[in-house]
Design a protein around this ligand. Structure first.
Ligand SMILES: Cc1ncc(C[n+]2csc(CCOP(=O)(O)OP(=O)(O)O)c2C)c(N)n1
Length: 531
């Protein structure tokens, strides 16, 4: 008779979940025993790395991913990146071991006390099966829940004595839909408002990229002769940033954002929250006379928007349906935005100069992963994202995502056979949150390149303190960190970029390597402004 373990592995196989990210413990060993040869266990040295690697893998493959954590402490360690997976809308199945059912009443060592509450509210569903025999079907339900819109993480707590129990007949392997079309009547109302608009503008978010809808977004922008902004602090790029209609990324504060939209009478937001603000700069959410139309697949996101009327629907299906209804606008297209002036030379260079040098040697099909808080504006100014599914960062604001996510993305590039090069730009503070991911990349021989702008400080926090007039904050400097020694210890090649002309050669060499490379690039310590 089949065991719960065998039935579960058969189900995972049928669902294509044969890669498991994790860090093992005693409560997981009965699940992981005799690990099947057709499965791949991706060993992370810390659970924050395991979760973010799985997140990157899920996003780059476009399918749910599975990460296995060690009961309550492992879940705790992974929690920061679980918060990120929630905001990223990444379909993740997080399973965690639990102590033996027979001992749970007295809470032995490593028992998870309230396992279904522990990951809340950053999971869509959290469950500990009532019977061992329910474990396989719980995975089926977890998969269906994670994948359906709005997609996101789910959590299963699995007692370690369940795996050897005799199984019920296997659950049916079911499929679910991952997108839904908008209400046709409300869609026509939106189309009518856009058609009547004198000066519409598009604001696009990550869901456009998740829906592989760049061409539709460009077609709608051209049909409306409308300029296009990226929604503030996007976790993915939604539009070809070299397109003449593209304006840049909106600022993440209320008054400055509204100011950028001045003059527009209709603001169509697709696939982003309204809006992802960061510092509080009070003001009106929209300029005078503007009306906001919001397309999202998340009813909660629609409900919490402070302004606007919403339409529930998948970003791609809604853009396609709008395109069918919109006549070509009778006005000239917006003038292309001016190209930024060349960066100022400096020794050490500033971030603008570093990223201009990076742009000059950027691989055409490169994937950019970003976690460089104070240098983000410079990076986005100098290195436009021109291809879909090639820019990733965290939607949450929590550090420690980018480096392991880049490893997961690079693994997905290998596993899918796409083989695109992955370059992560990670601040020298952000670098250390999930730094152990470098070891996994080295073990997997992934040629991930990690470019670290080294300013030896938490520059963005200095900028925030300046904006909010809170002088004297401790803990904002990072002296005495030898990040190339750290990277070397995890098995990476390393190089210090002392002069910018070295970058092209260093990048080419790193992309040819059979292991990760950390490029440390000293930059100016001047503090960029926050807004
Ligand atoms: C998990 C977590 N801890 C702390 C913070 C607060 N925080 C935001 S930005 C930042 C500093 C980032 O430093 P670095 O990566 O060097 O980038 P820089 O600001 O210097 O460009 C910190 C500590 C955070 N966002 N997430």
């Amino acid at each position: 008779m089949a065991t719960v373990r065998e039935t579960t592995y058969d189900l995972l196989r049928a669902l294509g979940l044969t890669t498991i990210f994790g860090n093992p413990g005693s409560t997981e060993e009965p699940f992981l025993q005799d690990f099947p040869a057709d499965f791949h266990y991706v060993h992370a040295l810390h659970e924050a790395s395991a979760v973010a690697m799985a997140d990157g893998y899920a996003q780059a493959t476009g399918r749910p991913a599975h990460v296995n954590l060690h009961t309550a402490p492992g879940t705790g360690n992974g929690m920061g990146n679980l918060v990120t997976a929630w905001h990223n809308r990444t379909p993740l199945i997080v399973s965690a071991g639990q102590q033996s059912r027979e001992m749970l009443l007295m809470e032995p060592r490593l028992a998870s006390r309230q396992p279904t509450e522990l990951p809340q509210p950053y999971v869509k569903w959290s469950h500990e099966p009532a019977r061992a025999q329910d474990v396989p079907a719980a995975f089926m339900r977890a998969y269906a829940t994670a994948a359906q819109p709005p997609s996101g993480p789910v959590y299963l707590s699995l007692p370690l004595d369940d795996w050897q129990q005799p199984a019920d007949p296997p659950p049916q392997v079911r499929t679910v839909s991952t997108r839904f079309a908008p209400d046709p009547r409300r869609l026509r109302e939106f189309a009518a408002l856009l058609t009547a608009s004198r000066n519409p503008v598009l604001v696009l978010g990550a869901a456009v990229d998740r829906a592989t809808a760049w061409p539709l977004a460009a077609a709608v922008a051209e049909r409306l002769a409308a300029p296009v902004w990226s929604a503030p602090a996007p976790e993915r790029a939604a539009f070809p940033e070299h397109h003449p209609h593209y304006r840049g990324v909106l600022p993440y504060a209320i008054a400055p954002l509204a100011e950028k939209l001045t003059g527009h009478d209709v603001v169509l937001v697709v696939g982003a929250p309204v809006f992802r603000y960061y510092p509080h700069v009070p003001g009106d959410h929209l300029p005078p006379g503007a009306r906001l139309l919001h397309v999202t697949d998340d009813a909660d996101e629609a409900a919490r928007a402070p302004v606007g009327d919403s339409l529930l629907g998948d970003a791609g299906l809604t853009l396609a349906a709008l395109l069918d209804l919109l006549p070509a606008a009778d006005r000239p297209p917006p003038a292309p935005r001016p190209t930024p002036p060349p960066p100022e030379p400096g020794d050490p260079p500033d971030a603008d100069a570093l990223f201009a040098a990076l742009a000059a040697c950027w691989p055409t099909d490169g994937v950019l992963v970003q976690e460089s808080p104070s240098n983000l504006a410079a990076l986005r100014r100098r290195l436009p994202v021109t291809r879909p599914a090639s820019y990733f960062t965290m939607a949450s604001g929590g550090l420690g995502y980018g480096l392991p996510a880049a490893v997961g993305i690079a693994l997905a590039e290998r596993d899918t056979g796409r083989g695109r090069p992955v370059v992560a730009v990670i601040g020298d503070g952000s670098f250390h949150y999930s730094v152990q991911a470098l070891w996994t990349a080295a073990r997997l021989r992934l040629p991930v390149v990690v470019l670290v702008p080294v300013n030896q400080q938490y520059a963005i926090l200095k900028a925030f303190a300046e904006l909010k007039s809170t002088p004297g904050v401790p803990g904002l400097d990072l002296p005495g960190l030898d990040l190339t020694a750290v990277a070397h210890g995890y098995g990476c090649a390393t190089r210090v970029i002392d002069t910018l002309p070295d970058l092209a050669d260093a990048l080419a060499e790193a992309l040819r390597a059979d292991r990760p490379t950390v490029l440390a690039a000293p930059i100016s310590t001047a503090i960029p402004t926050l807004l």
